[in-house]
Design a protein around this ligand. Structure first.
Ligand code: CP3
Length: 342
C-alpha cells in the first residue's frame, strides 16, 4: 500500500521503517541510459511523449532503488501547453520568445484545462501501474519561479524585471500570479487525479526575496496552487533554494513537508518550522564529488539530524548535477537505508 510507503509515512510525520530517500533531478543527464534514450528528441517533446516519460521516470528507480519516482516533466510544460512560445535550451534552461511584461502580454496566457494535457494523465497512469508500491511524486513550478522565467524571458540571477514588475505594477503582478497559480494548481491536480501519491511545488528562485516581499506578493499565490490538491489527501512538499529565511512562510502556504537546501542545517530548519512539518533535504550536491568517506560521514550526519525532525525525507539540497557519478547516488541510497533502519 502506498499509504504505508516510507515516503508517505515520513511526509505525514508517522513512524518509518527507514528514512525514505529520492533525489531532485534523479532522472536526467547523470544517467547514461537517459542520454541514450533522449538522443534526437527535444526536451519539451520528450516530456509530452508517454513512452519516453514512463521509461525515463523509471530509470533511476530501477538503478538506485530510491523510495519515490519523480514524474519526468518540467515546470514550463504547462506553460507550453497553454500556448506560450518557449523552448528548453540545453545548458541554459527555459527561454521564452516574448517575455510577459504588460497587460496585453498577460492576455497571451490562458488558463490550463485538463483537456490540453491528456498525455500527462496517460503517462502518470502508466507509471503508477508500473511502480506498484513505489510512490510517484507529481510536481509543478510555483507562481514566482514561473513568473521569473516569463517576465525575464529566460533564466536570471537577479530577477530584476520580475522584481520591477512586482513593485512597479502590483495589480498586474497579482493578476499574472493568479493566472500562474491556476495553471500550477491544475497541473498538480491532473497528476494526482491520475494517481500521483505526493506533490512537490518547486519555488526554486524565491530565495531571492525578503520575507516582507514574499508575504506581500507571493505567499497567497503559492497557497492557491497548493490548495488545488488539498482535498485529494496527498502530502505536499514545498521547496526552494536559499529559502532559510522563508521556510516557515512556505510551510504556512499549505505544505506538509518543507524542502531545505544545504545552506541551513536540518536542525536549524526544524527550529524555524516547529513540529507541524516534515523536512526534506539536504545534502550539498557539490559533495557528490568529494571522497567517499567524507561524503558518507555527511550522509550519516544528515540522517541523524533528520531522526530528530518530526519527519524526514532524505534528498539533496538541490538537483543532481549532470556530471554526478550515478554509482555514488546508488551508494547514498544504501547508506541512508542501512543507517536509518529502525
Ligand atoms: O528527475 C527529476 O527531478 C524530474 C524532472 C525535472 C526536470 N525539471 C527535468 C529536466 C524536474 C522536477 C524539473 C523542474 C524544473 N525545471 C525546475 C525546478 C527544479 C530546480 O532545479 O530547481 C526548474 C527551475 C526547471 C527549469 C529548467 N529546465 C532548468 C533550469 C533546466 C536545466 C537546463 C540545462 O540544460 O542545464 C531545465 C531542463 C531540464 N529539465 C532537464 C531535465 C532532465 C535537462 C534537459 C536535458 O536533459 O536535455
Amino acid at each position: 500500500m502506498i499509504a504505508d510507503s516510507p515516503l508517505v509515512l515520513a511526509a505525514t510525520r508517522q513512524p518509518v521503517p527507514h528514512t525514505p530517500v529520492w533525489f531532485m533531478r534523479q532522472a536526467g543527464r547523470s544517467l547514461p541510459e537517459y542520454r541514450e534514450l533522449r538522443e534526437g528528441t527535444a526536451m519539451l517533446e520528450a516530456c509530452r511523449t508517454p513512452d519516453l516519460v514512463t521509461e525515463i521516470t523509471l530509470q533511476p528507480v530501477r538503478r538506485h532503488k530510491v523510495d519515490a519516482a519523480i514524474f519526468f516533466s518540467d515546470i514550463v510544460v504547462p506553460l507550453a501547453a497553454v500556448g506560450v512560445d518557449l523552448d528548453i535550451v540545453p545548458g541554459t534552461g527555459p527561454v521564452v520568445a516574448q517575455p510577459i511584461r504588460t497587460r496585453t502580454d498577460l492576455d497571451r496566457l490562458p488558463a490550463l484545462t485538463p483537456d490540453a494535457i491528456p498525455d500527462i494523465t496517460e503517462s502518470v497512469q502508466r507509471l503508477v501501474a508500473e511502480l506498484g508500491s513505489t510512490p510517484l511524486i507529481g510536481f509543478a513550478g510555483a507562481p514566482f519561479t514561473l513568473a521569473s522565467y516569463l517576465v525575464e524571458g529566460g533564466p536570471s540571477k537577479t530577477h530584476e524585471h520580475t522584481k520591477a514588475l512586482m513593485h512597479g505594477d502590483p495589480q498586474l503582478w497579482n493578476d499574472l500570479c493568479e493566472r500562474l497559480a491556476q495553471i500550477s494548481g491544475a497541473f498538480l491536480r491532473v497528476q494526482v487525479e491520475a494517481g500521483a501519491s505526493a506533490v512537490q511545488l518547486f519555488d526554486s528562485w524565491v530565495g531571492a526575496l525578503s520575507r516582507a516581499d514574499y508575504t506581500a506578493y507571493v505567499q497567497k499565490h503559492s497557497a492557491t496552487a497548493l490548495a488545488a490538491v488539498a482535498d485529494l489527501g496527498v502530502p505536499r512538499i514545498h521547496f526552494g533554494v536559499g529559502t532559510g529565511e522563508l521556510l516557515a512562510l512556505m510551510g504556512e502556504a499549505g505544505a506538509e513537508v518543507v524542502g531545505v537546501d544545504y545552506r541551513l542545517s536540518l536542525t536549524d530548519a526544524v527550529a524555524r518550522l516547529g513540529d507541524s512539518y516534515a523536512v526534506q533535504g539536504n545534502l550539498d550536491p557539490a559533495l557528490l564529488g568529494a571522497p567517499w568517506d567524507v561524503l558518507e560521514k555527511r550522509v550519516r550526519a544528515i540522517v541523524d539530524e533528520g531522526r530528530a525532525a518530526p519527519g524526514h525525507i532524505f534528498n539533496l539540497g538541490h538537483g543532481v548535477p549532470p556530471n554526478a557519478d550515478p554509482d555514488v547516488l546508488t551508494r547514498i541510497v544504501e547508506v541512508v537505508h542501512e543507517h536509518s533502519a529502525r
